[in-house]
Design a protein. Structure first.
Length: 286
């Protein structure tokens, strides 16, 4: 009987991870080739920018020292501010414009479903998954975000690229944090290519879905998308509290309360700057 060593098991895990990463990247290449061939140029751009942002952030996360609390605060804050502003400016008017009441109900539904999915998603931590839990959660987020992006752009192709870029802006910080946790447990950072590819593949696939002409249905659909993105944006607002991810990332010696108080200022500044960036971008294109 041949006994397996830890190195053998680890080697197979790395090989499997790299095969998954290669397959998902190949799927993205095929999907984006189809997008270009059918004139979905904005989705092509969004897909590859999301991929590049998450892949680069994951690569950096695997090579960054533990002193990254400020990086997390600024990354999450900029992304959250940009997403909240984008949802309020680009998505909410579309939902209300379709049907005021049903659009509002759609927003509420999206917020509640987003909260429910996030809360129940904690059950993933109790399951034996072939993929790291944090990366599994990130992949689920990426695919759902991509699906909604595809529905929006598939039904309203006149929307600008700025909305899509703002929506995916949280993928970089999320990928950075996920790989920090994953690589700290001996994982290969290339696993981030699965959720990175998932955004574009889901977006291009769902763009083929045409919504009915009914104002009520379209109001609910666009409201739901708005609510989901608002939930995700608020979930990425930096929490500088004891026990939070930011607190756990602190590696400086000193009083944690003092350090967190200092980071709270950075959290407010980063979210404000993220929202301002979207406003400036909007001014530049109108």
């Amino acid at each position: 009987m041949i006994e397996e060593t830890a190195g053998d098991v680890g080697g197979r895990r790395v090989t499997r991870t790299r095969l998954i990463a290669a397959a998902s990247t190949g799927a993205l290449a095929a999907a984006t080739a189809y997008a270009l061939a059918t004139g979905r140029t904005k989705l092509f751009s969004i897909a590859w920018i999301a991929f590049a942002a998450m892949a680069l952030a994951g690569w950096v996360g695997a090579r960054t020292a533990d002193t990254h609390a400020g990086t997390l605060v600024w990354g999450y804050g900029l992304a959250a501010g940009a997403m909240i502003t984008s949802a309020a400016v680009f998505l909410l008017p579309q939902a209300i414009g379709q049907h005021a009441a049903y659009g509002g109900f759609g927003v509420a539904l999206g917020l509640l479903v987003g909260y429910g999915a996030h809360t129940l998603g904690h059950r993933l931590s109790h399951m034996d998954l072939p993929l790291d839990r944090s990366l599994a959660e990130l992949t689920a987020h990426a695919v759902s975000a991509g699906a909604i992006i595809g529905i929006i752009y598939g039904n309203m192709p006149d929307l600008g690229l700025l909305l899509g870029l703002s929506i995916i802006s949280h993928k970089g910080p999320a990928g950075y944090a996920a790989v920090r946790r994953f690589s700290g447990r001996g994982g290969d950072w290339v696993a981030i290519l699965l959720p990175a590819s998932g955004v574009g593949v889901a977006a291009i696939g769902s763009s083929l879905l045409a919504l009915p002409a009914s104002e009520a249905i379209r109001g609910v659909a666009f409201g739901f998308a708005t609510g989901v993105f608002l939930h995700v944006a608020m979930d990425f607002l930096p929490e500088c509290e004891i026990g939070s991810e930011v607190h756990e990332s602190l590696s400086h010696e000193g009083d944690a309360h003092t350090l967190l108080d200092r980071l709270r200022v950075h959290a407010v500044a980063s979210t404000a700057l993220g929202g301002l960036a979207v406003f400036v971008g909007w001014l530049a294109i109108v």
